[in-house]
Design a protein around this ligand. Structure first.
Ligand code: NAD
Length: 293
């Protein structure tokens, strides 16, 4: 593959497209935002004037968009304009139902398609170390490897259509719940006269250990790289955690599965977002739970 169309050149898509340029792919990019287009142009992306123009000559089409409705709108034009057999890779985080609808449309148009949401944030997108969780056929997955390995460090094939999105929202539901649990434990410990480092030393090596404590501790001190040491600057913004929890709850509802802690985590992150937490790191919920602003 030589020519890649990249649609959605925002915080994540911009650096991902730049890494493809660095790896000598010819990248044709499109976005609705003038700022995103100008920034990607400065990184060597050939900015074109429509989705259709970007995809006509492409061997692969990569999308990095806000939500399912944006993806389905982009696919409507792109699937008509691309050559049959083009590989479509959607890296956005979207609902499982829209991801499966997008796969169906791509198959109907004789394209190969993959849903491949990512973990790793803007830092991972810039460094080319994202984790990709992919759903789709083996043929699509195999063909996507060369591009995904330019943008990422770990690439996991999670199964058929939509399973990448399923893995992403299940993982992030665990993360949202475990961050709240960790925050509650540190708040309780404080009131009981137990210092943060002592709880960390025990929990991080005992049965309470989890990523939210060991790698992303919500109090300053024990893990120097965690956002708690940087006034809760993201990191992973609380607005994005809320988005992913909402997606998990939509999926739970549409598949008839009971996820009471996931539902409660969504409510708490909604309240935290409403109270002004949206642009702070999601670990900042510890202050909201304590009743602090
Ligand atoms: P962003 O808002 O910075 O970028 C999205 C871009 O899509 C914007 O530039 C917007 O103008 C563009 N866009 C919207 N509709 C379009 C259309 N019809 N045609 C062309 N461009 C269009 O968002 P982001 O932070 O880059 O996130 C993108 C996706 O990645 C989201 O689904 C998000 O949930 C997911 N994600 C983000 C992070 C993160 O840390 N930012 C981490 C993992 C996953």
């Amino acid at each position: 593959m030589k020519t890649v169309a990249f649609i959605g050149l925002g915080n994540m898509g911009g650096p991902m497209a730049a890494n493809l340029v660095k790896a000598k792919y010819s990248v044709k990019g499109f976005d609705l935002s003038e700022e995103a287009k100008a920034h990607s142009k400065s990184q060597g992306v050939d900015i074109v004037s429509s989705v259709e123009e970007a995809v006509t000559t492409a061997d692969a089409v990569i999308t990095m968009l806000p939500a399912g409705k944006h993806l389905l709108a982009v696919y409507e034009g792109a699937l008509k304009a691309a050559k049959a057999g083009t590989l479509f890779i959607d890296c956005s985080t979207i609902d499982v139902d829209s991801a499966r609808t997008a796969h169906q449309a791509a198959t109907k148009a004789s394209m190969l398609s993959l849903d491949a949401p990512v973990s790793g944030g803007v830092g991972g997108a810039t460094a080319g170390t994202l984790t990709f969780m992919a759903g789709g056929s083996k043929a699509a997955f195999d063909k996507a490897q060369e591009l995904l390995s330019v943008m990422g460090g770990k690439i996991v094939h999670c199964g058929g259509d939509g399973n990448g999105q399923a893995a992403k929202i299940c993982n992030n539901m665990i993360l949202g719940i475990s961050m709240i649990a960790s925050a509650e434990a540190f708040n309780l410990a404080e009131k009981l006269g137990l210092d943060h480092q002592a709880l960390f030393d025990v929990a991080s090596t005992s049965s309470g250990q989890c990523w939210s404590i060991n790698s992303y501790c919500p109090v300053p001190g024990p893990v120097p790289t965690s956002p708690a040491n940087n006034d809760y600057k993201p990191g992973f913004a609380a607005a994005l955690m809320l988005k992913d929890l909402k997606l998990s709850q939509e999926a739970a509802k549409s598949s008839g599965v009971s996820t009471p802690l996931g539902a409660h985590a969504e409510e708490l992150y909604q309240l935290f977002n409403n109270e002004g937490g949206a642009t702070t790191d999601f670990s900042g919920i510890i202050k909201f739970l304590k009743g602090e602003k």
